[in-house]
Every structure is written in structure tokens, then in C-alpha cells.
Design a protein around this ligand. Structure first.
Ligand SMILES: NC(=O)c1ccc[n+]([C@@H]2O[C@H](COP(=O)([O-])OP(=O)(O)OC[C@H]3O[C@@H](n4cnc5c(N)ncnc54)[C@H](OP(=O)(O)O)[C@@H]3O)[C@@H](O)[C@H]2O)c1
Length: 402
């Protein structure tokens, strides 16, 4: 099969490396805005299956041309371009997957109800049209979203009804030599942490303020007790509907919390207070520049930091509900050590844990094990084939009964 990995940053690098090493893909084309960066990745992977094309994810007609004849496009650029990339996939009739979507387009204030629906549904409403076209749109298949949704489904499958799903992302990692250096798309991280956080309660998607509901969560596998906060995230935009209504488990509450060290919280709050997250261009002396692009430019490129990352991460889902009339609960998670991951796979755990599930989604699709058409979130897939393939890439799934 032929795939394009569009976006050759931290995550795209991992997915491309995994696909190039798989039996299922004989051609892996790197779609790079900056072909030099694509060439560097091609060299790093060192496989004759890999080639590079210059491609801008904002250019629908160039993408449509480039996608023709492919079996799958893995969108690993930034979420701002998902609509354009999906439009090109529709025109070229090519299957699609991504690991994130543009949650920032929703402007509901803290305390508000998201009406009529969160951004996820702008993509998901393409379902019927994509089924008609006979193509697949697998949304949000990274670590979280991605494995987190699949682990939530795994827990929900063990219960007759679900009361709540809590996605918990724990990481005590740091980058040696840097005070502030995100290990994945800095602009996406800053954006999602500063915006109001979506949660689902009693059939409606709602908003908390940013950095609300701080608590300590005791994560397993070396992460330990760390502060976590509600943050805007994709899982909170689908699990309530898909596990609750589509799969009929009746879920009443979902939210997402992430571990953020105090220094990170202070730095991101300061970026917000100073307006340095502004995506619109302002005039600075003789140039016009968006403050957000300046912040992005001064931060190190996440795809170059893997060898300096230390610490552990554990990402998972707590699912509570009822089984045979009794209270039931499961916590399912995956964990990685940043240094061990880099030593074995030449990538940071952050990038590896996101790029691998995307690659597994692509491989399962190529094997015919995911035959679904239309546009769907991860929880609509059987989690077991994913969980079974994780160890092949040095990843794990662990579970405990609560
Ligand atoms: N589900 C999850 O668990 C999860 C976790 C982390 C990240 N993600 C998602 O993964 C995606 C990639 O993140 P990352 O960490 O790899 O970020 P990154 O290292 O910043 O890489 C993003 C890549 O997108 C490319 N890009 C940006 N605009 C483009 C355009 N117009 N045309 C073509 N390419 C463009 C960038 O090109 P340049 O190299 O030229 O800048 C860069 O190579 C993002 O959507 C992010 O939200 C998902």
C-alpha cells in the first residue's frame, strides 16, 4: 500500500518510521512544507520505500493532485489544516487519519454550554458523505486522543452502563538544558491549555475555565503524584456521545485532566497574559508578525529534543459504571520512560506514544482489520487489535480494577 505522511514534525517522524518498517506499506511519501526537513527525515529513516514531496497543507488543489493514487493520508501536520486536508482526501477519494482536530474554533466561554455541538462534530458530520464515497476518516488516533479513547471503550465494554469517563494524562518529564521546551507542537499545547476546557455532563458539552479543578493524581509506573488540571481536549468532545449514546452505555460525565508542572503553568499563563498566544499578525517596527509564530520560533523544535527528555509518562482512562447491578470501575493505561524510549527507538516517549498508534491504525487498515468507512472517533473501533500490536513497538497496556 501507498501512504503519505503529511507533516514531518515530532509525530510525523515516528509514524513515517513505523510505516517504512512495516510489511504492509511499500511506499511512504513524506509531505513536507519544508522539503529540506523532509529530506533529513528520509535520511534518518534510511529506507528506499521513503520519498519526499513539497506540499503545503493549506493548498487543497496541490494536495488533491498529490493524494491521487494513494491508499491513505496520515495527517500529522497541525490541526488548523484538517478541513483542507480532508477536502483534498474527498476530492482524491483517499482514506484519511489524523491525531488531533481544531478544538480552538469553539469560542464558548467558561460556564457555557457548547451549542449546537463541539468542533468534533464538524468533522464527524462528514460521516454519511464519506461512507458514500467509500473512504475512511479515522479521527484522533494518537495517544490522547487515540489510545485514551480505546482504553475508555475497553473499560466501557466490561460494564452494562457507564457513569463517568475520566481521561488522565500524567507526565513528570523534562528536557535537560531547557526551562521550557514542549515535546510536541508548542503552539497546540499553549493554545489548548489556555482555552476553556470542554467536559460532558448530563447530555451536554460544557466549559470549565482554563487551569480549573486542580487536584493531585497518583499515576503509576514511576510518574507518581502530580498536579493535574482540566484542559480542552478531543476526548471530551466525543466520548459522551459515542460511548453514551451510539454504543448505548448512557455515560453521564466525561472530562480530561493533564499533569502540568508549576513552572509550565506559570510560563503558559504568562504567555497568555502578555498576548503572546495571539495568532493574528501585528506590526513590529518594519515587519508584520503573529506573536504566536514568534513564540513557536524561539522554542526548540520538538522533533530535535528526544535525546534530552527524561522522566516517565502514563496516559489512561478511568471508567466507572455498573455491572450486574453493582458498582464497577477500571483504570486502563499505557506508560513509557522517556530515556529508555529514546535509547530503543530514537524518539521521545511523547512523540513515540502518539506516532505509534497512528501507525498501528494505518497498519490495521492496510491489513483489512479496520474495514469501517465514514468518519469516526477511536472509540468506535475494537480496542483489542490496537492493544495487541502495542508491544511490537515497545508500548504496553495495563489495567486495574477499581
Ligand atoms: N493525539 C495525540 O496524542 C497527540 C499528541 C501530540 C500531538 N498531536 C498532534 O500531532 C500533530 C503533529 O504534532 P507534532 O508534535 O508533530 O508537531 P510539530 O513537531 O510542530 O510538527 C508539525 C509539523 O506540521 C508541519 N506543518 C505545519 N503547517 C504546515 C503546512 N501548512 N503544510 C505542511 N506541513 C505543515 C510542520 O512543518 P514545518 O516543519 O515546516 O514547521 C511540522 O513538520 C498535531 O496535530 C498535534 O496536535 C496529537
Amino acid at each position: 500500500m501507498k501512504a503519505m505522511v503529511l507533516g514531518v514534525g515530532a509525530i510525523g517522524s515516528v509514524t513515517a518510521q513505523c510505516l517504512a518498517g512495516s510489511e504492509e506499506f511499500d511506499k511512504v511519501i513524506l509531505g513536507a512544507r519544508n522539503p529540506e526537513k523532509g529530506k533529513r527525515l528520509e535520511k534518518k529513516i534510511g529506507s528506499d520505500k521513503v520519498s519526499v514531496v513539497k506540499l503545503d497543507a493549506s493548498d487543497v488543489s496541490a494536495m488533491t493532485k498529490a493524494f491521487k493514487g494513494l491508499d491513505l493520508v496520515c495527517n500529522l501536520a497541525i490541526p488548523r489544516f484538517n478541513f483542507e486536508i480532508m477536502e483534498a482526501c474527498e476530492k482524491a477519494k483517499v482514506n484519511y487519519l489524523d491525531t488531533a482536530w481544531d478544538i480552538a474554533i469553539d469560542k464558548t466561554p467558561p460556564g457555557g454550554v457548547v451549542e449546537p455541538a463541539p468542533p468534533s462534530f464538524l468533522y464527524l458530520k462528514k460521516d454519511a458523505a464519506w461512507k458514500k464515497l467509500g473512504i475512511m476518516g479515522m479521527l484522533g488516533i494518537g495517544c490522547d486522543p487515540g489510545l485514551s479513547n480505546l482504553f475508555a471503550r475497553k473499560g466501557a465494554d466490561k460494564m452494562d452502563s457507564v457513569k463517568e469517563i475520566l481521561i488522565r494524562d500524567g507526565d513528570n518529564g523534562f528536557v535537560e538544558g531547557y526551562d521550557f521546551a514542549p515535546l510536541w507542537s508548542p503552539e497546540t499545547l499553549i493554545e489548548e491549555v489556555l482555552m476553556p476546557a470542554t467536559y460532558f455532563k448530563d447530555g451536554k458539552y460544557r466549559k470549565y475555565g482554563s487551569f480549573e479543578n486542580k487536584e493531585t493524581f497518583d499515576f503509576p509506573d514511576g510518574v507518581g503524584k502530580v498536579p493535574i488540571y482540566n484542559v480542552a481536549h478531543e476526548e471530551s468532545e466525543t466520548l459522551g456521545t459515542y460511548i453514551g449514546e451510539v454504543l448505548g452505555k448512557g455515560c453521564q460525565y466525561t472530562d480530561f485532566k493533564i499533569a502540568l508542572g508549576d513552572e509550565y503553568v506559570d510560563a503558559i499563563k504568562m504567555i497568555g497574559k502578555l498576548g503572546l498566544d495571539n495568532p493574528n499578525k501585528i506590526k513590529v517596527k518594519d515587519v508584520s508578525v503573529a506573536p504566536r509564530d514568534v513564540v513557536n520560533a524561539v522554542l526548540p523544535d520538538p522533533s530535535t529534543l528526544g535525546h534530552l527528555a527524561r522522566g516517565q509518562c502514563a496516559i489512561g482512562a478511568v471508567v466507572k459504571g455498573k455491572k450486574d447491578g453493582k458498582d464497577s470501575g477500571y483504570y486502563g493505561w499505557t506508560s513509557l520512560d522517556h530515556k529508555k524510549c529514546f535509547d530503543q527507538w530514537n524518539n521521545s516517549a511523547t512523540a513515540w506514544s502518539v506516532g505509534v498508534p497512528a501507525a498501528i491504525g494505518a497498519i490495521l487498515f492496510a491489513q483489512g482489520k479496520i474495514g469501517m468507512k465514514g468518519v469516526f472517533p477511536p472509540e468506535m473501533m475494537d480496542p483489542d487489535p490496537f492493544i495487541k500490536m502495542l508491544p511490537k513497538f515497545g508500548m504496553n497496556y495495563k489495567e486495574k480494577k477499581l
